[in-house]
Design a protein around this ligand. Sequence first.
Ligand SMILES: NC(=O)c1ccc[n+]([C@@H]2O[C@H](COP(=O)([O-])OP(=O)(O)OC[C@H]3O[C@@H](n4cnc5c(N)ncnc54)[C@H](OP(=O)(O)O)[C@@H]3O)[C@@H](O)[C@H]2O)c1
Length: 227
Amino acid sequence: MPREEGKRPVVALIGGTGNLGPGLALRWAHAGYPVIIGSRAADKAQATAVELNAELGNELIVGMENVAAIQAAEICVLTVVQGVHEAALSDLKDELKGKLLIDATARMEFPKITPPAPPSAGRIAQTMLGDEVRVVTAFQNVPASAVRKNFRHPLDSDVLVCADDVGAAEEAMGLATDAGMRAFYAGDLDKAIVVEGLTSLLVSMNRHYKVHGATIKVAGISSHQTE
Ligand SMILES: NC(=O)c1ccc[n+]([C@@H]2O[C@H](COP(=O)([O-])OP(=O)(O)OC[C@H]3O[C@@H](n4cnc5c(N)ncnc54)[C@H](OP(=O)(O)O)[C@@H]3O)[C@@H](O)[C@H]2O)c1
């Protein structure tokens, strides 16, 4: 069904109770999106939503069990812990049909912080879910703590967006922009393995320099070229 002119789509964060989900939820709610925190447990999702609404000063965020969250949303953002990526997709496959899925998964192996081998998490998701789901990857390189902190202000971090469907990528780029980030289309879902791998570099840099917020910024593309 076409979206009503000017109306913000409902965004659900699957596994939105962890580190990354709440900061994204705050940023989208602040921009006027109706946001659903998803969890395996409805009461945990609701408790997170209450906490975030108190921070936000309104009631734009609600909490639901993951399946109900997906059913109520147009755009779903996957922020489950990296090790359960495939298991979560397998459990939620039917509900995701017809949705835009933004996959934030950045896999790496500890303790050596080894980057993942191809295929990318996004390619795995697209293969598992099939053509009825438009899969986009984004947000793998943004540090969760920075996303949540000062959520009313732009984030000093860029977002590389990959998808086979450029139109789907552009929708995700619009969401990233509304959340205060610059976003760039970076290629199809096979390219997303490089974006995932960058996160392992950033985590290594955090360790080496004893910081938490190493991230990326793109040079050489000016803002009028991204409009
Ligand atoms: N943390 C970062 O700075 C950061 C930055 C960029 C990208 N990412 C990526 O974003 C994703 C989320 O990272 P995170 O740090 O937010 O993860 P996290 O806090 O460790 O976990 C997120 C959520 O995953 C859910 N979960 C745990 N076990 C599960 C299972 N067996 N099945 C289904 N859901 C399960 C939990 O939600 P419930 O218990 O409520 O179901 C949990 O709150 C990861 O793929 C990560 O690579 C993280």
